[in-house]
Ligand binder design. Sequence first.
Ligand code: HEC
Length: 120
Amino acid sequence: MMRRLFGLCVLLAVITIACEEPPATEPIARGRQLFRKLDCGRCHFIDGQGGRIGPELTHIGTTAGQRAPALSAEEYIRASVVAPGSYVVRGYNDVMPRGLTRNLSPADLDALVLFLREHR
Ligand code: HEC
């Protein structure tokens, strides 16, 4: 009985480890991973899939440069992600959740911004 329970625990541990995706080391791949993990696609359509509550992000690397004249594309994307509501895109509601990226390391935040910036 105990042995069977032990075997079951080992099996569960192996499944858990196998399911946890290891962090990608390449920044754009890491950014894509974070976009998925933070469920940004719930509201944003990108690369052929996602929601429509927020603007499509497939070409955000280009549009970002035109949103706020004083900001570069990168600065605009960073502001949109870190402080939603600082620039509200016309035609959309100010409903993007605050604090989504609060727990990201600086490197992870850079990766997420880079992933979006490369969508030209
Ligand atoms: C509950 C829905 C929702 C979620 C989840 C969400 N957003 Fe948004 N987002 C919006 C809406 C709505 C807007 C447009 C209004 C505004 O500009 O604040 C927006 C705006 C943006 C913009 C600016 C787009 C543009 O065309 O100028 C970026 C970039 C962005 N979101 C990135 C993200 C990222 C990255 C995540 C995940 C960490 C995320 N969003 C999660 C709803 C969401």
